[in-house]
Design a protein around this ligand. Structure first.
Ligand SMILES: [Zn+2]
Length: 399
């Protein structure tokens, strides 16, 4: 089936920067982009979508989510606003371990239903490719349960889903050393054997795994064929950016406390920074990533939602684009690239998605705005008219 996106006010192709085309069209054949630009549309047979006065961008890519979980933690949110620290809440049985307990008590079917409902909402907000991490199981059987749910979402929803096995935290009643050994000897080899995840990620930070524990686990994961990611330097500068460079991680995420020398190391190794402004907003962290230094390094900066029940309940990428500008002062053009082509790089899919280019996958968002700068500017508004995934309309407003 052929589709013509006709006469858009602006098309952001993401070729060499924004790659802005004024008053152009896009021709889609089946699931692939065939032509972009000022097209001769005479004699076209197929569905025409009128894009007059609209902006067309690639489908949005969310490169970092914790989408599969049970239960919510709004009481902790309220406690934090009263000034109670996250560490204190965690000591009282809150935090990640509370979501672990609730996720463990949910059945695989229940978890799938919850996650599939969330995906429906996410589609309305323009996301067409999503990375999803496990990490609320903390034992072999429970992590496998979550990974099976993620893979089921991959097979049964229209989105491209990238599954990541996350080594998140140490479970109650277990010694750190024993848990690290269990990762290397039991869990990682089984996740690899069952081919349930493309990436392995670890939370390397002040209250989580140390640098040497993280190195041990990620090295083992690399041996087993996983591509690597790392959550790091969120709560303190633990040298995680340098570790990411040393191990050849595809991406490093959060990076609030990463210093200039960490950024230089990432640049040399080509590690993609994934910044999470929604989490900074929820945690009200005064310190922000060194955006200017990241920009000067020339590294392609990605942004993502970090959607999770503890520290960021935002799954809407348009909101995250606004927050990248408002909270991190990211230029509008960069924020849009960060949610498309640069996010594609963070999940190693940049040859297929994130651009509007001949032979790329036909993933689009058509926006009800006539200037791309209105996307972050009109924060929180519902600006999306149509979402297309692999040449199929997966969301359309009634108007
Ligand atoms: Zn995260």
């Amino acid at each position: 089936m052929a589709i013509l996106l006709k006469q858009a006010r602006q098309i952001l192709t993401m070729n060499d920067g924004l790659g802005l085309i004024q008053d152009g069209s896009v021709l889609i054949e089946n699931d692939i982009i065939k032509k972009v630009g000022r097209l001769n549309e005479q004699g076209f047979r197929g569905r025409v979508i009128d894009c007059t006065g609209c902006v067309v961008t690639p489908g949005l890519i969310d490169a970092h989510t914790h989408l599969v979980f049970a239960g919510t933690r709004e009481d902790e949110f309220a406690m934090r606003l009263e000034g109670i620290k996250y560490e204190t809440i965690a000591k009282k049985g809150g935090g990640i371990l509370r979501t672990v307990a609730m996720t463990r008590s949910a059945s695989e079917d229940e978890l799938y239903k919850l996650a599939a409902e969330r995906i429906k909402m996410i589609i309305r907000h323009g996301t067409t490719t999503i990375e999803i991490k496990s990490g609320y199981g903390l034992s072999l059987s429970e992590e496998l349960k979550i990974l099976r749910v993620i893979n089921k979402l991959k097979d049964n929803t229209p989105l491209d889903v990238i599954p990541t096995y996350l080594v998140h935290t140490i479970p109650r009643f277990m010694k750190r050393r024993d848990y690290v050994d269990m990762q290397c000897e039991e869990i990682l080899p089984e996740v690899a054997r069952l081919k349930l995840a493309e990436f392995c990620d670890i939370f390397c930070d002040k209250t989580a795994f140390t640098k040497s524990e993280s190195e041990k686990i990620l090295k083992k994961a690399k041996e087993l064929g996983f591509a690597l990611k790392i959550h790091t330097d969120e709560l303190a500068n633990v040298g995680g950016a340098k570790l990411a460079a040393k191990l050849g991680c595809v991406s490093a995420e959060h990076l609030i406390y990463t210093t200039k020398s960490g950024i230089n190391a990432m640049k040399k190794a080509g590690v993609i920074p994934v910044l999470l402004p929604g989490t900074s907003l929820y945690l009200q962290t005064e310190r922000k990533p060194l955006i200017k230094d990241f920009m000067e390094s020339g590294l392609p900066i990605a942004i993502a939602s970090d959607f999770n029940p503890g520290t960021c309940m935002i799954y809407s990428m348009p909101k995250i684009i606004s927050l990248a500008s408002l909270v991190y002062r990211m230029p509008v053009e960069l924020a849009l690239m960060a949610a498309t082509i640069n996010a594609a790089r963070a999940i190693r899919k940049e040859d297929r998605v994130g651009k509007i280019k001949h032979n790329y996958q036909a993933d689009f968002v058509i926006w009800n705005v006539d200037d791309y700068r209105k996307i972050p500017y009109q924060f929180g508004e519902d600006l999306i008219k149509v979402v297309i995934k692999k040449g199929k309309i997966i969301y359309e407003t009634n108007s």
